[in-house]
Design a protein around this ligand. Structure first.
Ligand SMILES: NC(=O)C1=CN([C@@H]2O[C@H](COP(=O)(O)OP(=O)(O)OC[C@H]3O[C@@H](n4cnc5c(N)ncnc54)[C@H](OP(=O)(O)O)[C@@H]3O)[C@@H](O)[C@H]2O)C=CC1
Ligand SMILES: CC(=O)[C@@H](O)[C@H](O)COP(=O)(O)O
Ligand SMILES: [Mn+2]
Length: 387
C-alpha cells in the first residue's frame, strides 16, 4: 500500500489526483490533505479517504474544519506552519499542487522525507529551482514533473542520453485570446481570460495561459528541471493541445508526446511511475482530429516569453522576482485595477529595478527567495500606482 499526501487537495490538480486515488482505495493510505479556503471540500475528502490529517492554510477556518471533521478521527490543523509540518510527515508520494509560491516551503518539507514529490507547482522551480533540486539530491528524494509539458518531456527522455538532446519545444494553446487582435487586449476582463479553450484548470493558471505567463514559467521550468540552456528551448502555439512537448535529438529524430488534454495523464504517470498503468482518460482518434496545427509564438505579442528568456539567462534570484511580480500583477488584474497588457509591463519594470540594484545576484537560500518574493510584490504595487 502506497502512502500519499496531497498539498492543494481542493484545487483542480488536487481533485484530479483524488479522482485517481479514490478509484483504488485499497492501494493507497492517505496521510495529509491540505487546502485553503474550501474547507467543505477538504473535510468531505478527508473523511471519505480516511486521511490522517487535514490542514487548511487559513488559521481563521480552523474551527469550521474541526467542526466538519468532528468524530471522523481525522486530525485537524490550520495555518502555513501546520501545513509545512503536515507536508513533512512521512509519505511515499506527495502531490505538490498548491498554487503560487506558497507551494514552495511545503514542497521543500515533503522533499525532506526523501521520498517522491510529484511536482505540479511550477512556481517552486521558477522561484527556486536550484534550491529545490539540491535539497532533493541531499535528501535522496525524487521529483517527478506533473506539468503536462514536462511530464511529456520526461517521458520522451526515458532511456535517452541528455548529451544527444538538441532542442526541447513545449506547446502553448494560446489561451483565451489567441485569436483576438492585439489592440483589443487592453479591454480583456478577468472573466474572459479565465476561460481556457482546452483545459479545465484553476482560475489563476487559466489567466496565465491567456497572457502566456504560464508558458513563460514553463520555459523556465524546462530550463531548471532538465538543465537545458535557454537557447535550446522554445514554445510554439498549438491550438489543439494534443501534442504537449517535443524533444529533438542530434540525429534529427523528434519524439513528441500526444494525449487528450486531461491532467489525469500526467498525474497518473507520476503516481504509477515507473510503471505505466491503465488510466481513465479519453483516447485519441487522430483520424477524427484530422489535423494538428502549429504557429509561431511571437515574443513581441507575448512579452512574457521574452521576459522568461531574460530570467533563464540571468539566473540567480531573477525567477523569484519574475514570479512574485507576476503573482501580484495577476491579483491586480483579477481585482480590475490594471489592464491585461499591464501585467507584463509591471513584471518587466520590477525585474529591471531589482536587477539594477544587484539584488538578484545573491546566493539562493530560502530566506533570500522569500525576501525577493515579498519585495517584488511591493514593487509591483508601486509600478501599478505609477501608471
Ligand atoms: N490545473 C492544472 O491543470 C494544472 C496546474 N498546474 C499547477 O498546479 C498548481 C495548482 O494549480 P490548480 O490546481 O489549477 O490551482 P487551483 O487554484 O485549482 O488550486 C490551488 C490549491 O491551492 C490551495 N491554496 C491556495 N492558496 C493557498 C495558500 N496560500 N496556501 C496553501 N494552499 C493554498 C487551494 O485551496 P482552496 O481552493 O481550498 O482555497 C487549492 O487547494 C499550480 O502551481 C499550477 O501552475 C500545472 C499544470 C496543470
Ligand atoms: C495542463 C497544463 O499543463 C497547463 O499548464 C497547460 O499547459 C495550460 O495550457 P496553455 O498551453 O494554454 O498554457
Ligand atoms: Mn503546462
Amino acid at each position: 500500500m502506497k502512502s500519499v499526501s496531497i498539498l492543494g487537495a481542493t484545487g483542480s490538480i488536487g481533485q484530479n489526483t483524488i479522482d485517481l486515488i479514490a478509484r483504488s482505495p485499497d492501494a493507497y493510505r492517505v496521510v495529509a490533505l491540505t487546502g485553503g479556503r474550501n474547507v467543505e471540500k477538504l473535510a468531505d475528502d478527508a473523511r471519505r479517504l480516511k486521511a490522517a490529517i487535514a490542514v487548511t492554510a487559513e488559521p481563521a477556518l480552523y474551527a469550521e474544519l474541526a467542526e466538519r471533521l468532528e468524530g471522523s478521527g481525522v486530525e485537524v490543523a490550520a495555518g502555513p506552519q501546520a501545513l509545512v509540518e503536515a507536508a513533512s510527515r512521512p509519505a511515499d508520494w506527495t502531490m505538490s499542487a498548491i498554487i503560487g509560491s506558497a507551494g514552495l516551503e511545503p514542497g521543500l518539507a515533503a522533499i525532506g522525507n526523501g521520498a517522491t514529490l510529484a511536482l505540479a507547482n511550477k512556481e517552486s522551480l521558477v522561484c527556486a529551482g536550484p534550491l529545490l533540486l539540491s535539497e532533493a539530491k541531499q535528501a535522496g528524494a525524487r521529483i517527478l514533473p506533473v506539468d503536462s509539458e514536462h511530464s511529456a518531456i520526461f517521458q520522451a527522455l526515458v532511456g535517452e542520453d541528455m548529451a544527444a538532446v538538441e532542442r526541447i519545444t513545449i506547446t502553448a494553446s494560446g489561451g483565451a485570446f489567441r485569436d483576438w487582435p492585439e489592440e483589443r487586449l487592453a479591454e480583456a476582463t478577468a472573466a474572459e481570460a479565465a476561460t481556457h479553450p482546452n483545459w479545465s484548470m484553476g482560475q489563476r493558471i487559466t489567466i496565465d495561459s491567456a497572457s502566456l505567463f504560464n508558458k513563460a514559467m514553463e520555459l523556465i521550468e524546462t530550463h531548471e528541471f532538465f538543465g537545458v540552456p535557454s537557447s535550446a528551448i522554445d514554445a510554439v502555439i498549438h491550438p489543439e493541445s494534443i501534442v504537449h512537448a517535443m524533444v529533438a535529438f542530434r540525429d534529427g529524430a523528434v519524439l513528441a508526446h500526444l494525449g487528450f488534454p486531461d491532467m489525469r495523464h500526467a498525474i497518473g504517470y507520476a503516481l504509477n511511475w515507473p510503471d505505466r498503468l491503465a488510466l481513465p482518460v479519453p483516447r485519441l482518434d487522430l483520424v477524427k482530429l484530422a489535423s494538428l496545427t502549429f504557429r509561431d509564438a511571437d515574443e513581441r505579442r507575448h512579452p512574457a516569453l521574452r521576459l522568461a528568456r531574460e530570467v533563464m539567462d540571468a539566473g540567480g534570484l531573477s525567477g523569484a522576482a519574475f514570479n512574485g511580480a507576476k503573482e501580484r500583477a495577476l491579483d491586480l488584474f483579477i481585482e480590475g485595477r490594471i489592464t491585461f497588457p499591464t501585467m507584463a509591463a509591471i513584471v518587466e519594470r520590477v525585474l529591471d529595478r531589482l536587477s539594477a540594484s544587484g539584488d538578484l545576484a545573491g546566493a539562493m537560500t530560502i530566506e533570500a527567495v522569500r525576501d525577493i518574493d515579498e519585495r517584488s510584490r511591493r514593487l509591483a504595487d508601486e509600478a501599478a500606482a505609477e501608471r
